[in-house]
Design a protein around this ligand. Structure first.
Ligand SMILES: [Zn+2]
Length: 91
């Protein structure tokens, strides 16, 4: 794994911890930074990152804290507190 990929992984962990500690804006900064690194290095963001970040407000989503997750028709439906809803096939 390259340095960029390692930084992204680390930023994801930092974002998760920041939300758990109530620092959601700080988590957004980590999310945005990780996205910029991925873009600059033409990397695909890890699946957990894509699933647990909000495309609308860049929040790092922690179900039960700032997101609601439910199953519907074979899909996982993730709703951010900002109102954005994302659906993924259930696997
Ligand atoms: Zn959101």
């Amino acid at each position: 794994m390259g340095i960029a990929a390692e930084r992204i992984e680390r930023l994801e962990a930092l974002a998760r911890d920041a939300v758990d500690e109530g620092h959601e804006d700080r988590a957004r900064e980590y999310v945005r930074l990780a996205r910029r690194i991925a873009e600059r290095n033409r990397l695909t963001l890890p699946r957990t990152f894509r699933r647990f970040t909000c495309d609308a407000c860049d929040a790092y989503l922690r179900p039960g804290r700032n997101a609601r997750v439910r199953l519907q028709d074979g899909h996982v439906v993730v709703r951010c507190d900002c109102g954005e809803i994302a659906r993924y096939p259930y696997e």
